[in-house]
Design a protein around this ligand. Structure first.
Ligand SMILES: NC(=O)C1=CN([C@@H]2O[C@H](COP(=O)(O)OP(=O)(O)OC[C@H]3O[C@@H](n4cnc5c(N)ncnc54)[C@H](O)[C@@H]3O)[C@@H](O)[C@H]2O)C=CC1
Ligand SMILES: CCCCC/C=C\C=C\C(=O)C/C=C\C/C=C\CCCC(=O)O
Length: 318
């Protein structure tokens, strides 16, 4: 069964726009509508950040030249592919992850590929306010500000359900609030855009993973509320969510253990994966570019599946 295979170290190089359809769809049953800051760091954290001393000017005319992005869960899977898309389009990228050894190795490889001074690795657990905050401050100190945040770090483990909530939902809330402090135009920031990685499970149920489903529904709701909040408040910050279907990453390993008390639904989950199909990390990651660069996109939930991409419309409750 192909879906059980490991895809660690998959290389992401495909940044070409694919021939995919975009359409607005009703969901579910609704109608269409579609500073910089200098602060001293905790020395113990400083030692967890690695960045080069020189910079490259190869990016002058690219869509994201002059922009700085932060990506959480950047070392593997979708986050790593997002990092490459951002680099390919001229941004500088701070990679935040708990995996320090692979993070440093990846940063060295990216510096060789995309030029010196384009990346920064910070060991940071999105469950830790202190580590997350220090990583933002180090990024601002290094690159002069933050324009883009990809809240992407996530786990799938129904046994560790409190940790799943802490990372998948609380980590996204924490990152978003920190980014608002840095980007808010009313507080001296230069505005920006936040992309929260939810899931197709943020739009409909994945029966074997009720807590995971809850966290992703939470990410979609939080994103839409913060987008409206920011627009009403004049903060100059857009917030969107990306909702991928099944993507071949580490989450596809050790499935029965991840399902815990729901492991009797493993076969049904496999059948669902076979029915819906899978996409690659680069097929998902390319879609952040539109959400980042299109100033009209705020509060969007973009579903990406083997069938293409769809901007979701929700029932109007007002
Ligand atoms: N793989 C899939 O089928 C889908 C995944 N997603 C979501 O995409 C996001 C990325 O998932 P994948 O790339 O598949 O996972 P992955 O397991 O391949 O990569 C996750 C990365 O996040 C890091 N990470 C884990 N916990 C962390 C923490 N507390 N703080 C900082 N970094 C942490 C890991 O070290 C790893 O580098 C997640 O939010 C996941 O829920 C959404 C839809 C489908
Ligand atoms: C432990 C399950 C392992 C297999 C899946 C691994 C990762 C999945 C990550 C997701 O975020 C799930 C992505 C897509 C499916 C979500 C919902 C399906 C809804 C189907 C429907 O509407 O009928």
């Amino acid at each position: 069964m192909g879906i059980w295979r490991r895809t660690k170290h998959e290389t992401m190089t495909n940044n070409n726009e694919q021939n995919q359809q975009t359409r607005a769809v009703d969901f579910p049953g609704g109608r269409g509508q579609s500073r910089s800051r200098q602060t001293s760091l905790d020395p113990s954290f400083e030692s967890s950040c690695r960045h080069p001393s020189t910079s490259s000017d190869r990016t002058a005319d690219m869509a994201l030249s002059g922009k700085t992005a932060v990506v959480t869960g950047a070392v593997m899977g979708i986050g790593r592919a997002m990092t490459e898309v951002l680099l390919q389009n001229g941004a500088k990228v701070a990679l935040l992850d708990v995996n320090e050894s692979e993070g440093k190795t990846l940063m060295e490889a990216l510096e060789k590929q995309y030029g010196q001074g384009r990346t920064l690795f910070c060991k940071a657990d999105v469950q830790s306010e202190e580590q997350f905050k220090a990583a933002f401050e180090k990024t601002t100190e290094t690159f002069g500000g933050i324009d883009i945040l990809c809240n992407n770090a996530g786990i799938l483990n129904e046994g560790l359900w409190e940790k799943t909530v802490a990372i998948n939902l609380m980590g996204v809330i924490r990152g978003t609030y920190l980014a608002f402090e840095h980007m808010n135009k009313l507080k001296g920031g230069r505005g920006g855009v936040i992309i929260n990685t939810a899931s197709m499970a943020g739009l409909g149920p994945l029966p074997s993973c009720p807590v995971y489903t809850a966290t992703k529904h939470g990410v979609v709701g939080f994103t839409r509320a913060m987008a409206a909040n920011s627009a009403l408040s004049g903060y100059g910050i857009r917030v969107n969510t990306l909702c991928p279907g099944f993507v071949q990453t580490e989450l596809f390993t050790e499935i029965p253990a991840r399902l815990a008390q729901h492991s009797h639904l493993a076969d049904a989950t496999v059948q669902l994966v076979e029915k819906l199909g899978t996409i690659t990390v680069s097929e998902v990651a390319q879609h952040i570019l539109e959400l980042v660069t299109d100033e009209t996109k705020n509060g969007e939930a973009l579903l990406v599946t083997p069938a293409g991409k769809q901007y979701i419309t929700f029932p109007s409750v007002a």
